[in-house]
Write a protein that binds this ligand. Sequence first.
Ligand SMILES: *Cc1c(COP(=O)(O)O)cnc(C)c1O
Ligand SMILES: [Zn+2]
Length: 366
Amino acid sequence: MAKLICSSCQKSYSENDPRWRCDCGGVLDIQFTPEFDVDKLRRRPFTMWRYREAIPVLHDENIISFYEGFTPLIDIDMGGISVKAKMDHLFPSGSYKDRGASVLISKVKELGIRHVVEDSSGNAGAAIAAYCARAQIECDIYVPSLASPEKLRQIESMGARLHKVSGSRQDAAEAVLHGGEAVYYASHSWNPYFLHGTKTLAYELCEQLDWRAPDRLIVPVGNGTLLLGAFIGFTELLTAAVIDKMPKLIAVQTANCAPCAEAFHQGQDDIAVIKDRPTLAEGIAVARPVRGSQIIKAVRRTDGDFLTVTENEIKEWLHHLYYRGFYIEPTSAVVFAALSGYQKIDKKETVVTVMTGHGLKTQKHA
Ligand SMILES: *Cc1c(COP(=O)(O)O)cnc(C)c1O
Ligand SMILES: [Zn+2]
């Protein structure tokens, strides 16, 4: 049986308790022992649900899926170092957030919930809207009014109620808490089931590398759902002795919004209070990530690093990637911008990254 555990006060709750945070206000994690039988999954369809026994949804009939996952892992030459990129912009809703949404909305269905709210810069909202539409669960999505218009259109088209909040991404997060008392908050930043979907990135990567761990994983970080999911996934694989080392996690933020990177470099455990400025990388424009201290801790534990990139570097690398045929969004370009100036990588290392979002969603902004 899985349990929900508070990361602040350690209080525990049943997995059948429809709650998204602890009574004390702390974030919840899932205590759960995943099972692995690498031989058994060889014969299964190539979707993220092939790791069925590692996903804390109890009954198969609750699974909400588009047969997503197992995206291609492609080699990209970055001038001397070779990088492998997971093409997660090819997911059904156009971003890796479908990994989290599939598991979270499956659990929502399992809990018998019929109506959810979520706040997002766009991609998480689009993913939650798509999975709710497939499950026929009602949903309300709060977004900053300046988010990419394509993402807003996508959310509305799938039948979600769209609430535009003027101001920052943080203002949208606060608005949802006022609107959301009576319904379930299906938040990608708070809800731990989302992370048990994003963790399948780590499983797929290791399987595609013939059950070896990469040396480094470099990802963009806003709320940290990709990074923390990867940390959970690699930790589980290591505990199950499927892999024999922990990859170093390299987190990238923009110089205009770097609450975790600043704290990390100052040796702090909690996020820095920052005055954020707008950034092209709207997917990671998160000034106060609720799991900020978990993100910093995960990076430290893996002997990883935090890097930041400027707006000009993002633009430059976005266009380099376009010219190589990769139509991704600016938020996905930040890792390539960061890698281009990063000296600590040995040529022999296996370095992996993720193309997190599709370029078709940000044409008006990029
Ligand atoms: C959400 C998102 C990210 C980063 O995810 P966090 O969970 O906020 O760290 C990166 N790229 C894109 C395109 C996203 O939508
Ligand atoms: Zn608590």
